[in-house]
Structures are given as structure tokens and as C-alpha cells.
Design a protein around this ligand. Structure first.
Ligand code: SF4
Length: 457
């Protein structure tokens, strides 16, 4: 009876969390869930049941920012009904806009800068106690990484777990906001990363995705002497994780040693995401990318010679200020030459703080849209053709869970990062299975489980 009364008196603590933008934000959201989990918060998928709403925002593209504004607008009515509800905004938009967000949205309680996530538990208790409204934007990290290691049994972990190994960026590409809102590069010590992977594997993860704005330059500024290939080898040697992926890589920092790792390490997936952004030297220089088209093609060539099976994906942008038709033709030419497995393509948009905002000769929106359609049509034909080449091949997939697209089926991923849907029992979720590819579509493949003996033949 006493227990029942005590439980009744426990304040309800429910966290609704919405993540916008990149995988690094996904990871920060995971950190928030873990931190608030140790304070007794359970996660809810229902906005109307939450006592804390946490929005982890992105301002890398204008579209992501507009989604956040619209989401925040919708929360006004909820806050009016339940004034005790606490609404928090974190991530790049919070860092960039700070107190302006508090002024624009009077129902917002707390704005947390990109270096402030470690301070969340304390700040949340503060705003709950005295109903202050606050923007906290520290200049130095309040990481609270150690909180990742508390209450490991409460971790919410899927088959594939994101893991940030470094934060910030030193590159200052002229279109990009990241160095301005995330600060300069900081790497996490390797022992801390290894320990986190060990805890993740104990909690059921089979794959980690190592995250950073430019993972290839991991290790700079650390007390230990280690680089990114060294970290990959250390992970293979000292953890039980079955698969390792990483993103993102800057082409200028792709080394011969990393190419060797991609060819040799058993745990490392045969896939690299290598954004090229433009196929014109004139535009690459204006973007401050520090490579030419010839440099990029040379790296791709060496990479494919070192690891013929490697799958290659990239980011590309159309309509950077001053982009002429011949520049754009260069981009199409590069796509045609490399034949990427997949591409993420975007229209350039002005971002506050980024140098390109000042550049003249902005490209007309209709022309950007037209170029994007042409580029995507070219890539679609390549992606489909490459997927069709997979038919008949045997591939090992990590079964990640139920398929979102194919009802009643499971879904997994090949080492090359292709999604494969298959029929199978739920017990194989989390397992590496060999499948034969029997059909190919634009966004996925269809596989059939085969017996190991067949796989070896
Ligand atoms: S490498 Fe360039 S695009 Fe990538 S985060 Fe750094 S500044 Fe931004």
C-alpha cells in the first residue's frame, strides 16, 4: 500500500523528443534521452502526454529551419492548456538565434546552445523550480559525456547505434554554418569511444556509425597520438562490434591509410560517403573546398583500386552563387564519370553567418530547381542500374528490424549500405544473414534468405 501511495506521489516525467537534421543531432538526442532517463524520465511518442518537449534543431538548410518554426508554432496551444509543460530548443538554431527565439516564441522555456547539452539536467531543474525562461549558450563544452556511462541498463539502443567521435569543423566551406554554430574541431579520447562501444554492444548494438563533420581528421588536439585509421583499428581489436560505419569524410583528408582500412578491416563496411559538392574548379574554389575535380577523381580512382568493392555516395549542391551552365555541366560530367551508388542533392540556399551570403550572382530559384531535376534524373538512372547489377549476388546483411516500406517484411542493410527487404522470422533481427538478391528497385533491394552452405558455394 505504501508503495502504491509513493508511486502515486511520484511526479510524472515524460519526455517527447523531436530531432531535425543530421545523424549527429540523432546522437545528441540519444544523449538527452539517457541523461533525462537517469532523472526518471520515460520517453513518450505523444506530444499531449509529455511534461518536457525537447526539439533538437538544424539550420544547415533553410527547409529544416522552417519545419522547426512550424513545429514550435503548433506547441503554443499545448502550452496554453498546460502551463507546467517545459519546452526546450537545442541544436544549431538555438545556438544561432539564442534569446531571439525566446522573444519570438513566448511559450518557449529553455534555449540550449550546441555546447550546453551536458548542462541540461541542472538547467531543467532550475526552470522547473522557478519558472524562469533562459537561453544558455556557453563558449566551451559542457559535454557531460560521463553521463553516457551511467545507467547503461536503461539505454535505448537499436541494432545500429550512432556515436559522435568528434564535434565542430575547421574547414569553413563558404556555404556552411557548422563552424559558426558548432565551433572548431574537438575529438573525443579513443578510450572513451571504445568504452562507449563496449556498453553499446552489451546493450544489443551490432553496428556503430561513427559521426563527425569530418571524421578523417579525427585525433587532432588530443593528448594521445592517434588518427582516424588508428581509431578504426583500435575498435576492431578491442571491441565485439560486428560492423562499423562512419560519416562524413572531406575528400582532401581521405588518406591512403584510410583506403587500406576500407580494404582490410573485417568490421568496416565497404562504403564511404565522400561529398564533392560541385564538378567545377571555379565553383569549388569559391566554396573553399581545397580540392579540384582532378584531385577528387584521382582519390576515387585510388580508392577503387585499393578496394574494388567499395560503394560510393556523396553530397552535391546546385545553384551556388555564380554557377554557370558550364559549371553545372561539369557537375553532371563528374557524376557520369564516377557513377555514384547514390547521391544526396540539394539546392544552395543562403545561411546566416556563411560567407557565401555576401557573394554576388545568386542563381535564380527556378533555374536551380530545373538543374536539380536534371541532376536527379541522371543519378536515378545510375542508382537503378547499380541496384540491378546486384540481382543474383549473395550479400551479407545486418537485419535491423521491420521494414517500413514492405509490410510484413524485415529490413536489413548490406555492407555497401543498400537496404534489403526480406521475409523472415523476427528472431533474426540483429543477426547477420546471407541473402540472395532477387529484385532491385530505386531505393531498395529484395532478398531471399539462403542457407550458409549455399552462401559458401
Ligand atoms: S567540411 Fe565544410 S561543409 Fe562540412 S561541416 Fe565543415 S565547413 Fe561545413
Amino acid at each position: 500500500m505504501e508503495h502504491a501511495i509513493a508511486a502515486y506521489r511520484q511526479p510524472v516525467k515524460r519526455l517527447f523528443i523531436q530531432t531535425f537534421g543530421c545523424q549527429m543531432n540523432e546522437y545528441d538526442s540519444l544523449r538527452v534521452r539517457r541523461m533525462l532517463g537517469t532523472m526518471g524520465y520515460e520517453t513518450t511518442p505523444r506530444l499531449d502526454r509529455a511534461t518536457v518537449i525537447f526539439l533538437n534543431t538544424c539550420s544547415v538548410r533553410d527547409k529544416a529551419e522552417q519545419k522547426v518554426y512550424s513545429f514550435l508554432g503548433r506547441l503554443r496551444a499545448l502550452k496554453a492548456q498546460r502551463p507546467q509543460l517545459k519546452i526546450i530548443v537545442a541544436g544549431c538554431m538555438a545556438q544561432q538565434l539564442g534569446t531571439a527565439l525566446l522573444s519570438r516564441f513566448p511559450h518557449l522555456d529553455l534555449v540550449l546552445g550546441t555546447r550546453a547539452i551536458g548542462a541540461l539536467p541542472e538547467l531543467l531543474e532550475g526552470v522547473q523550480a522557478d519558472h524562469r525562461r533562459l537561453a544558455h549558450l556557453p563558449d566551451t563544452d559542457q559535454e557531460g559525456w560521463q553521463q553516457l556511462f551511467q545507467g547503461a541498463d536503461q539505454w535505448i539502443s537499436g541494432v545500429s547505434a550512432p556515436l559522435t567521435i568528434m564535434q565542430g569543423c575547421n574547414n569553413f566551406c563558404t556555404y556552411c554554418i557548422v563552424p559558426h554554430v558548432r565551433g572548431r574541431e574537438r575529438s573525443r579520447p579513443s578510450a572513451e569511444i571504445v568504452r562507449e562501444i563496449q556498453l553499446l554492444t552489451a546493450a544489443g548494438a551490432k553496428e556503430v556509425v561513427l559521426l563527425g563533420q569530418n571524421v578523417n581528421s579525427y585525433g587532432q588536439g588530443l593528448d594521445e597520438s592517434i588518427d582516424f585509421p588508428g581509431l578504426l583499428r583500435l575498435i576492431e581489436r578491442t571491441t565485439d562490434i560486428r560492423r562499423v560505419r562512419f560519416t562524413t569524410s572531406h575528400p582532401k583528408d581521405l588518406t591512403a591509410d584510410l583506403m587500406r582500412c576500407l580494404a582490410e578491416l573485417k568490421t568496416l563496411c565497404r562504403h564511404i560517403h565522400l561529398p564533392f559538392q560541385a564538378g567545377s574548379d571555379r565553383i569549388l574554389k569559391k566554396m573553399n573546398r581545397h580540392y579540384t575535380v582532378a584531385d577528387y577523381l584521382d582519390k576515387v580512382d585510388r580508392l577503387r583500386r585499393a578496394c574494388p568493392e567499395i560503394a560510393l555516395t556523396a553530397d552535391v549542391m546546385v545553384g551556388f552563387p555564380g554557377e554557370r551552365e558550364d559549371d553545372f555541366e561539369g557537375t553532371l560530367q563528374l557524376i557520369d564519370t564516377v557513377r555514384f551508388d547514390n547521391l544526396f542533392s540539394f539546392r544552395y540556399s543562403d545561411r546566416p553567418f556563411a560567407r557565401a551570403v555576401q557573394f554576388p550572382d545568386k542563381v535564380d530559384e527556378a533555374l536551380k530547381a530545373e538543374r536539380l531535376v536534371r541532376l536527379q534524373a541522371l543519378q536515378a538512372s545510375i542508382t537503378l542500374a547499380k541496384n540491378q547489377e546486384e540481382i543474383g549476388r549473395l550479400r551479407e546483411i545486418l537485419v535491423e528490424g521491420e521494414s517500413r516500406a514492405a509490410e510484413g517484411q524485415l529490413s536489413g542493410r548490406t555492407s555497401h549500405n543498400r537496404i534489403v527487404n526480406l521475409v523472415g522470422p523476427r528472431q533474426i533481427i540483429g543477426r547477420l544473414e546471407t541473402v540472395k538478391i532477387v529484385a532491385a528497385y530505386m531505393h531498395s533491394l529484395k532478398g531471399e534468405r539462403i542457407r550458409n552452405s549455399e552462401a559458401l558455394s
